[in-house]
Design a protein around this ligand. Structure first.
Ligand code: SAH
Length: 356
C-alpha cells in the first residue's frame, strides 16, 4: 500500500491488443496473448500464478510488470434470494456497484457504466450523489469478471442498468459489450442496455446494429408527468422518444422494451395506463412494469398497492400491449432496481478485509 501502481492493467484489452502487447513488451510469441485473453475473460482468472499453460518464468515476469485488474471488491452483500451485491473499488478510489442475480434458468449481472449519474431522475438513489466520471471499458467488463468469481455457474445475461447512463458513455459501453461478446463469450441477444432516453444516442446505437435489447426508461405517457420525474424529458419529450424507438426497430429489427416505473398517484392511474396504451399502439415493443423500490428522496414517492399494479397491467394488456412485471430481487440488501447505494448514502461504507 502507498506505493504508486506502475504495472500495466490488462483488463479492458482485447485479444488482439493482448497479442500485440506480449510481443512488443515481452518479446513473446503472439499466441501468449491469446492464452492471456482466455484466462482473463473466459476463465475469469486474475492471478498470473494460476495461468498454468504459461511457462513459470513468464508468469513471474508478468506479475512484475502487469496486473490483470487494478480494481478490488470492497464490499459484498448476499441476499436471502441468492442475489449478491458488490461494491467495486476502482484504481482512483471511486466506487461503483454491480449485482449478481442467479435465477433457475440463467445467471444475470447488472453493471454500472458511470461513477454517479448526471440525469437527476427524482426517484433514483444514484442521481442524488451527482455525476463523477465515465467508466472505462475495462472497468465495465471487470465488474462482470469479479462477479463471475463469486459464482460457480456461468454468467449468461448482462444488463447495463446499474449506476449511470450508458448512452452518455456510449463508446466505452460498446467496447465493453464487444469484450463480453468476443472474449467472454456472451451472446449479444442476452445483453440489455437501459437508457433514460438520450435520443441522438439511440440513433447512434442503432448504427452499430448489435442484436442487443434496448430498454428505454419511459415511466410516463405525457410530457408533464415525465418532466416532473425525469428532467431529461425537457430536452427530448415523450413523442420524440417513442419515435426513436420506432426508428430503432426499423433499423435493427429488435423491438424495444419500455420500462415503466410505477409511483403511487404520480403515474400509476388508469388514465396514465390508457394514455400509455394509446401512445404505444403499433410500436414494436414490450412494457416492463417496475413497482417503485423505496428510496428516500425529497419527493417521498410511494410504491403502488398490488391491486393498482394489476389494474394498470390489465389496461395495457387489454389494449394488446405485451406487458411483463419485473421480478424483484435483493430487497433485503438494497440491490433492487434504483436502490444501489441506498443504504450507504451519507454514511461511511464499511470495508471487508482485502486479500493480496
Ligand atoms: N440510466 C439508465 C440505466 C440505469 S437506471 C436508465 O435510466 O435506464 C436502471 C433502471 O432503474 C431505470 O429504468 C430507472 O428508471 C430505474 N429506477 C431508478 N430508481 C428506481 C427506483 N427507486 N425503483 C425502481 N426502479 C428505479
Amino acid at each position: 500500500m502507498g506505493s504508486m501502481e506502475t504495472r500495466t492493467a490488462l483488463v479492458g484489452l482485447s485479444k488482439s491488443q493482448l497479442r500485440a502487447w506480449v510481443s512488443e513488451t515481452l518479446g513473446e510469441p503472439a499466441y501468449r496473448g491469446t492464452q492471456l485473453a482466455k484466462w482473463i475473460y473466459e476463465k475469469a482468472v486474475a492471478d498470473f500464478a494460476h495461468m498454468t499453460d504459461l511457462p513459470a518464468s513468464l508468469r513471474v515476469r508478468l506479475s512484475e510488470i502487469a496486473i490483470v485488474s487494478p480494481n478490488t471488491i470492497s464490499l459484498t452483500q448476499r441476499s436471502q434470494d441468492g442475489t449478491v451485491k458488490c461494491l467495486l473499488r476502482l484504481a482512483d478510489g471511486n466506487e461503483v456497484e454491480c449485482v449478481l442475480l442467479p435465477y433457475e434458468d440463467r445467471v444475470s449481472v447488472c453493471l454500472s457504466t458511470q461513477v454517479g449519474c448526471a440525469m437527476g431522475c427524482r426517484f433514483c438513489a444514484t442521481a442524488q450523489g451527482g455525476y463523477t466520471r465515465n467508466l472505462t471499458a475495462g472497468e465495465i467488463v471487470d465488474q462482470l469478471l469479479h462477479l463471475q468469481r463469486l459464482c460457480t455457474r456461468r454468467i449468461s445475461h448482462v444488463v447495463l442498468m446499474g449506476m449511470g447512463e450508458p448512452l452518455l458513455n456510449l463508446e466505452n459501453a460498446i467496447a465493453a459489450l464487444r469484450l463480453m461478446h468476443d472474449e467472454v463469450g456472451i451472446s449479444y441477444r442476452r445483453i440489455t442496455v437501459s437508457t433514460v432516453g438520450i435520443v441522438p444516442k439511440i440513433y447512434a446505437l442503432a448504427e452499430h446494429d448489435l442484436p442487443i435489447t434496448l430498454a428505454i426508461s419511459l415511466h410516463a405517457p405525457d410530457d408533464e408527468t415525465r418532466s416532473r420525474i425525469m428532467p431529461v424529458n425537457r430536452k427530448w419529450g415523450v413523442d420524440t422518444l417513442i419515435q426513436a424507438a420506432r426508428d430503432y426497430f426499423e433499423k435493427t429489427k429488435r423491438r424495444v422494451t419500455f420500462e415503466y416505473l410505477l409511483l403511487r398517484e404520480v403515474n400509476d392511474t388508469p388514465r396514465h395506463a390508457e394514455q400509455l396504451a394509446k401512445k404505444l399502439r403499433g410500436v414494436p415493443c414490450l412494457v416492463n412494469l417496475i413497482p417503485f423500490n423505496y428510496v428516500p428522496t425529497p419527493d417521498e414517492f410511494q410504491r403502488p398497492e398490488v391491486e393498482r399494479v394489476r389494474r394498470f397491467r390489465q389496461i395495457l394488456e387489454s389494449a394488446g400491449i405485451e406487458t411483463t412485471q419485473r421480478v424483484e430481487r435483493g430487497h433485503d440488501i438494497d440491490a433492487a432496481c434504483g436502490q444501489l447505494r441506498g443504504r450507504h448514502w451519507g454514511r461511511p461504507i464499511p470495508r471487508v478485509a482485502q486479500t493480496g
